[in-house]
Structure formats: C-alpha cells, structure tokens
Design a protein around this ligand. Sequence first.
Ligand SMILES: NC(=O)c1ccc[n+]([C@@H]2O[C@H](COP(=O)([O-])OP(=O)(O)OC[C@H]3O[C@@H](n4cnc5c(N)ncnc54)[C@H](OP(=O)(O)O)[C@@H]3O)[C@@H](O)[C@H]2O)c1
Length: 193
Amino acid sequence: MITTPDGAIDVQGRSRPLGGPADQARLLHLRASASVVLVGAGTARLENYGPPSAPGLRIGVVTASCALNFESPLFASGAGFVVTTTDAPQVPVDSIRAGVGTVDFASVIQQLPAGIVHVEGGPQLNAALLDADLVDALNITLSPKLVGARGPSLSLAPHALRRFALSSIEQRDNFAFVRYVRSTTASATQVRD
Ligand SMILES: NC(=O)c1ccc[n+]([C@@H]2O[C@H](COP(=O)([O-])OP(=O)(O)OC[C@H]3O[C@@H](n4cnc5c(N)ncnc54)[C@H](OP(=O)(O)O)[C@@H]3O)[C@@H](O)[C@H]2O)c1
C-alpha cells in the first residue's frame, strides 16, 4: 500500500494520485515474486482493477457480496478469480470458498498456489488478515505528498497490536519503500539508495 506522511491512502477514492512511475515500478517488482495477488472488492471496483501484466499471474478478488463486474477485463481475461464464503452467491468465474458468513483466510491460503500471497489492500481486507494473524510482511510506500483529508488508513478494524521489525528501506524519486517483517523473523536492517 502507498500512504502519505499524514496517513492518507487515497485522494477522492483513488490511490493513483499518491503514486508515480517509481511507485508503479515498485508494485511490479513486488508482483514479480508473488505466486498470486489478493485484493479487496472495494479496491478492485474503485481502482478499476485490470489483468496483471505478468503472464500467468492471477488476482483473487475478496468479496462477500460477489457483486462484481464479471465482464470487466480482469475477469474476461481469465486472470481474475473470486475469494469468498461457502454460502455466497454463485459466480461465473473460478472461485475459492472457505468459511460460512465470513471468509476463512487460513483455509483460503491453503487453497492458493504455493508461494508469496501478495495483498494489495484495501483497508478492510488488510484488517481481516491482520485480525487472523496471517500477515508476514508489510511493504509500504511513503508518498512525498500531503493530502490533509481524514479517511481510511492502511487497516480499518481494531485488531490486536502487531509488532513488526524494519527489514529494508529504499528510496527513489522522493518515495520511500519500507519493508517490515514479523519481528520474530526480522533480519538485519538494510538502508539503500
Ligand atoms: N493507498 C493504497 O495503496 C491503496 C491500496 C488499496 C486500496 N486503497 C483505497 O482503499 C479504498 C477501498 O477500500 P475499502 O474500504 O473498499 O476496502 P477493501 O478491503 O478494498 O474492500 C472492501 C470490500 O472487499 C470485500 N472484503 C474485504 N474484506 C473482506 C472479508 N474479510 N470478507 C469478505 N469480503 C471482504 C467486501 O466486498 P463486498 O462488498 O463485495 O462484499 C468489502 O466490502 C479505495 O479508496 C482505494 O483507493 C488504497
């Protein structure tokens, strides 16, 4: 996720105004090591999620309602699939279902391709994963902009205090790319230009 020093994650519902080419390059770099991407339905809808440029990479859209545009390029391309509960409405695309009423993310992860599950927000999905204690690392881009408006932050729900350790900081074009890992697995901190 990208955030500003004053805690904003969007400008009028879109995160793109906070970013730039260096931030986009960082996203592609992170996706390159991912076996799969997860994104909340709110973000997929508001940010008009499309298919990833990396061949074979798939994006799971987490939803309870299954109220998604299945004719959008993300789903029409075959790259998109749905992550939802067992009692959610049927969908015309691939789906992974776990949990009744609420998504059982531990079970979902068991059903995903092995490797890194790269989560791209938004705040409701982040909160659910933090509450389930399933977050191993945070990749946060600090934007060199201030927004000043009060809105959602990186994670919405009240969850238990989670401790992370600084793993690396990189900077490019006035953006800072910060990586935190679970404190129990923290390695030496690297600071690079
Ligand atoms: N700065 C950044 O890097 C960044 C990144 C991502 C998003 N954002 C911003 O975040 C905003 C969107 O946030 P949002 O509040 O809509 O959060 P979100 O987590 O993207 O989406 C919320 C929706 O996703 C589904 N969902 C999330 N968690 C779920 C769970 N545990 N179980 C079942 N369904 C779940 C639900 O979809 P249904 O309603 O379909 O049931 C829910 O309404 C946008 O303004 C976007 O720009 C910013």
